[in-house]
Design a protein around this ligand. Structure first.
Ligand code: GLU
Length: 508
């Protein structure tokens, strides 16, 4: 089996937006494919029409695209095993359901939802749980309790039915999961799952196994929540005679809430103030828009690096990995079993790292729309200069504005605390002198300004702090920002002098 070409699939159900957990599944599949020169497939599992959300598929494709996890085969891309949307494969599944029935692995069941509800309620009243399975199927309305003729008549008369898998009695099903090792389930704990519905659609279980087989999938890499389905899937491979080419399974650990307890849910982001979605998602029902990594200013490379560490580690101290480095370092064997706590602060930390690596010119391009939105015009040269000065303090493009807005607009307010502490009676007089001095500076460069300023201060024997702090206050409105003379240089002589004058007039 090992010589088979690696083929993996990301198989989301379009029931809503992808969140961190779903994308991590996509990422691990992608990395495993790339690492092994394999194929990464996107398959849309849309057999459950009741839960289908029209906008979800597009969202899934755009999210993968934003993360740079482009599938090799999939809807809209094509491939040898088209179509890749299960609803379009509808006609293919019946044959397998029929085969399972013919071989005694499955049966027709005619019980109505009301009848089943009643049985569930009765069981509950006796503090039990109703299961359609080995214990009960012999007393229920199905093709095992009716004759072949009766069954055929019911079907012919249009009576709705489902097909159920006939779980073998008290049998151990063992499978070796790449992450979890040997896992054994006993069938007595399992019920007879519906595999085919009266609307002609297979359920997830049948469609998933049939497609994995037909699409020659070699590894099923998915979330831990699918582990309970594993014995049924293994039995389906057995029942359909496909055991020889059955894929290997790797069930990834759960992604936990930041507090460490409980699975991270799609609602946690809005509740706890961090994004869980890659792209903005507008709830089709409520119209509510959830925040997203992209809109919050995260770089895809930071997002991916953060995702990779949710349940995987390289076994070394290295924490920063480009996509190429991840491909190189990745192995399914290094996925951990324990749930991985999602830490929104770590995501910010990763972003800061990738922010620092970006050339100033690229950051300038990303920052320009923020200026435009504020109606501010500035030369490219100035923007790049500002960024090079304040970059270190930023982890997001939006923080360039937070840290450096004063480079682009004169202060309209001045920090009260700083005024109280630094603005003395003789301050206006001293600043007037500095303003005059600045006007005489010929070459408006930070070193020059500094030199002229220092010489003047020494001559006057004024304390540097007594002038520099109020000067900064006039220029930036508070006591923040990089080197004062660098600020002067970037603002330009005219603007610097004008801000000093404005400060003298306005600050009292
Ligand atoms: N359609 C399933 C999901 O939505 C796929 C599970 C699997 O990968 O087998 O997650």
């Amino acid at each position: 089996m090992s010589e088979r070409k690696v083929r993996v699939r990301f198989a989301p159900s379009p029931t809503g937006p992808l969140h961190i957990g779903g994308l991590r599944t996509a990422l691990f599949n992608y990395l495993h494919a790339r690492k092994n020169n394999g194929t990464f497939i996107l398959r849309i599992e849309d057999t459950d029409q009741n839960r289908y959300v029209k906008e979800a598929e597009d969202y899934i494709i755009k999210s993968l695209d934003w993360c740079g996890l482009t599938p090799d085969e999939g809807p809209g891309i094509g491939g040898e095993f088209e179509p890749y949307r299960q609803s379009e494969r509808k006609a293919m599944y019946k044959e397998y359901s029929d085969k399972l029935i013919a071989d005694g692995w499955a049966y027709f069941a005619f019980d109505t939802p009301e009848e089943l509800d009643k049985l569930r309620t009765e069981a509950e009243q006796n503090k039990q749980v109703f299961a359609y399975g080995t214990e009960t199927r012999g007393k229920l309305n199905n093709s095992l309790t009716a004759s072949e003729k009766e069954t055929q008549e019911k079907i012919n008369s249009g009576e709705p039915y489902v097909v159920r898998f006939k779980m073998p009695e008290n049998t151990d099903v063992t499978e070796t999961d790449i992450v979890r090792g040997k896992v054994t389930f006993n069938t007595s704990q399992l019920d007879d799952k519906v595999i085919f519905k009266s609307d002609g659609m297979p359920t997830y279980h049948l469609a998933n196994v049939v497609d994995d087989h037909l699409m020659k999938i070699t590894h099923v890499i998915r979330g831990e929540e699918w582990l309970p389905s594993l014995p049924l899937h293994v039995l389906l491979y057995r029942a359909l005679g496909w055991e020889d080419t059955k894929p290997q399974f790797a069930h990834m650990p759960l992604t936990l809430k930041p507090q460490g307890k409980g699975k991270l849910s799609k609602r946690d982001g809005d509740k706890m103030g961090f994004p869980v979605f890659p792209l903005p998602w507008k709830d089709p029902q409520t119209g509510q828009i959830s925040r997203s990594y992209k809109e919050d200013g995260y770089f895809p490379e930071a997002f991916i690096n953060m995702l990779a560490f949710l349940g995987w580690n390289p076994g070394t101290e290295q924490e920063f990995f480009t996509k190429e480095e991840l491909i190189e370092a990745f192995s399914l064997e290094r996925i951990v079993k324990a749930g991985s706590r999602f830490d929104p602060e770590k995501a910010k930390w990763y972003n800061k790292h990738y922010f620092q690596l970006k050339p100033d010119t690229e950051l300038a391009e990303l920052f320009k729309p923020i200026l435009t939105e504020k109606g501010i015009e500035a030369s490219n040269e100035k923007i790049v200069k500002v960024i090079s000065e304040i970059k270190e303090r930023c982890g997001f493009v939006s923080e360039i504005w937070e840290q450096g807005s004063f480079f682009f607009q004169a202060p309209t307010e001045y920090d009260e605390q700083t005024i109280k502490k630094r603005w003395k009676e003789d301050t206006p007089e001293k600043l007037s002198a500095i303003s005059g001095l600045f006007e005489s500076v010929n070459e408006w460069k930070a070193e020059n300004i500094k030199e002229t300023f220092s010489a003047f201060m020494n001559e006057k024997e004024w304390g540097f702090g007594a002038v520099m702090n109020p000067l900064r206050l006039c220029l930036v409105g508070g006591n923040m920002g990089p080197d004062l003379f660098v600020i002067c240089e970037i603002l330009g002589k005219e603007e610097t002098v004008s801000r000093i004058q404005a400060g003298i007039k306005k600050i009292v």
